[in-house]
Design a protein around this ligand. Structure first.
Ligand code: SF4
Ligand code: SF4
Length: 190
């Protein structure tokens, strides 16, 4: 089995204004009122319900990560079948207690197999966890109650058992040939 690169977030490089247009107003005063209400509703919706991944600002893109740490687990690929399996071995840079990269600004220099997560990659990487905030938004499933953007609390992703905090261990000190000993069944949930 071959080791696969980990995958993480990346700031979006483009901004396309691919937002749903507001309903056209009808004529007369009633039409103006209807339009204002439509605009109010659009403005009250959170950004992940109104914007495409490409249209998000850098800050919004970063906030969409729920902090689960799942994409920082090593994956192995069967060279014959192409099957991808997950291990509980976390990238050496992952702070497992916080489920956050311990050197996010320099991650690509320190971990060359850490992959930029872009809107395009969110669409193409089949192994991105079903719980991942980027994947959920891409698939139109919205964010779950435990996402910090919804709950307002960074702990809920751990309390809900979505993060890797309780079972991951660092890859440090584990020979690559022994990674197969740490294979786990996928723990997808949505
Ligand atoms: S939500 Fe989880 S799986 Fe998705 S990028 Fe963030 S840490 Fe990785
Ligand atoms: S370098 Fe950081 S972001 Fe990349 S896989 Fe490792 S812990 Fe995750």
């Amino acid at each position: 089995m071959a080791k696969m690169g980990q995958d993480r977030r990346n700031r979006p490089s483009t901004k396309d204004a691919n937002l749903a247009p507001l309903a056209q107003p009808a004529r007369g005063g009633r039409g103006r009122a209807a339009r204002a209400k439509t605009e109010d509703r659009a403005e009250s919706k959170p950004f992940w319900e109104t914007k495409t991944l490409e249209a998000m600002t850098a800050a919004e893109w970063e906030a969409l990560c729920d902090g689960c740490g799942r994409c920082c687990l090593n994956k192995l690929e069967d060279e014959d079948t192409g099957e991808i399996v997950l291990t509980r071995l976390a990238c050496a840079l992952l702070d497992i207690g916080k489920c956050r990269c311990s050197d996010y600004p320099n991650r690509f220099a320190k971990m060359p197999d850490c992959i930029n997560l872009t809107p395009e990659k969110v669409r193409s990487l089949a192994w991105l966890p079903a719980t991942c905030g980027y994947r959920r938004v891409k698939e139109g499933r919205g964010l779950a109650w435990w996402h910090p953007l919804v709950s307002g609390d960074a702990e809920t992703v751990h309390q809900a058992g979505i993060s890797v905090r309780s079972f991951a261990r660092s890859e440090t000190g584990v020979r690559e040939a022994n990674f197969v000993r740490y294979i786990i069944s996928d723990f997808d949930a949505d």
